[in-house]
Design a protein around this ligand. Sequence first.
Ligand SMILES: Cc1ncc(COP(=O)(O)O)c(C=O)c1O
Length: 376
Amino acid sequence: MEKFNAEKLARGVSRTFQPYVAGKPIETLKRELGLKNIIKIASNENPLGPSKKAVKAMKDVADKVYFYPDFNSTDLKMALAKHYKLTINNVFVGCGSDELIEIISRVYFNHDDEIVMSKHSFTRYQMAVKLMEAKSVVVEMKEGFVHDLKAMAKACSKNTKAVFITNPNNPTGTYNTKKEFEEFLKILPTNKYGVKPLVISDEAYCEYASYKKDYPNTLNYLAKNPNLIILRTFSKIYAMAGARVGYGLSSLSVVDYIERVRPPFNLNKFAQVGAIASLQDKSQVSRSLAHVRKEFKFIFSNLKKLGIKYIDSAGNFFLMYVAPLKGKEVFEAMLKEGVIIRAMDEYELYDYVRVTVGTRKENELFLKKIKKVLKK
Ligand SMILES: Cc1ncc(COP(=O)(O)O)c(C=O)c1O
């Protein structure tokens, strides 16, 4: 009998993917490196942790876990609708905004459609587009590592179905202003379907950028721009990355089609109640934002003293320039010192590493070790 080989069955495009490689668990690293203390400031998590109210809400549902969760996450959608003064049918939710990027792709992207995005932006878009056998059109950034929205509008053709804008952008921490965003919505051309492409504004870090006066509140544009999709998450400032809750806000017709394809039960019980409680705890956002602003001052003033270049950030992470060393080498050297940061090869930023703002103690350790590794 012929030997079974799943490759023959896998879709051609699936064969070109590689499994996601996650960093090693901290406990494994401690053992391997013989270190007592290891810190992880690599994944843009919020080290202050989630709202106590969210933790209590999640604990409180633990003994009800034999029931399926609400397949529609109705209470969470209602809470989000109330929070943003929208209707429940303007809201959709997913297992992290990662899942929402995939669901949107499954609903809207077809073979040969063009999807416009910026170079050096979140890598999941390209993967979602590739899986649908659509085409990514990647546009160069303008100076200062900022999305070039004018060039992105120009890159739209008759075949363009959607444009991804990451604001603030991961991994550069840069943002597009209100003026740039409004201008972009205006100049975006119509496609062969006689409508404007979807504008997917990925705002995973928006709460951290909210202190900037010229950062756009895209909620204001929803009524006049039914093609606009706002994606947000509870993973970042709400510190619920492990619970996996993302949400989207858009027009009734965009959400209608998303709801037809969204897997039922895609948010578990813990995620649903934890997100509702987080949203209601106003202090979560204010204390986390205050922490990040204070720590950026501390970190950047020290980097300046050491003569290390960095890119100012509206998120809770920043890019640091490490040439003549390569980002990968600095990542490896820092790992040996017990500090996990991120190399940026997958974003084609080979001379940079990305660092997440930690607690004061973690930031102090990071500074001490980077000084040693970069020989400053
Ligand atoms: C820009 C951006 N979008 C989306 C996500 C996905 O977040 P999650 O799936 O945890 O909601 C991330 C996570 O790092 C991100 O940086």
